[in-house]
Design a protein around this ligand. Structure first.
Ligand code: ZN
Length: 90
């Protein structure tokens, strides 16, 4: 998976998790901010403006392999696990 594909997928998951949160709650707002950040990172990556060494989400130093810093990678892993559980996928 390329970095662009990963960001695109991450953004999808962020939006899904945003709309699953109850409207007008702090959780919903926080998830909205996260989705916006990922969308921003996606646009930057597509424009070729992102630094390869920087995390695509928060801008901290990242692993070259994933394009994400350890904290965002953990968050991504948790998000995938949560979505799998939600949709009942194996
Ligand atoms: Zn990060």
């Amino acid at each position: 998976m390329t970095r662009l594909e990963r960001l695109s997928r991450l953004h999808f998951l962020c939006v899904v998790s945003e709309v699953q949160a109850d409207p007008c709650t702090p959780q919903r707002a926080a998830r909205g901010v996260r989705a916006d950040r990922v969308a921003q990172a996606y646009r930057a990556e597509r424009a070729g403006a992102a630094h390869r060494e920087a995390c695509g989400v928060c801008g901290q130093s990242a692993r070259a392999q994933t394009g994400l810093c350890p904290a965002c990678q953990d968050s991504w892993d948790r998000e995938v696990a949560a979505q799998r559980a939600y949709w009942g996928a194996a």
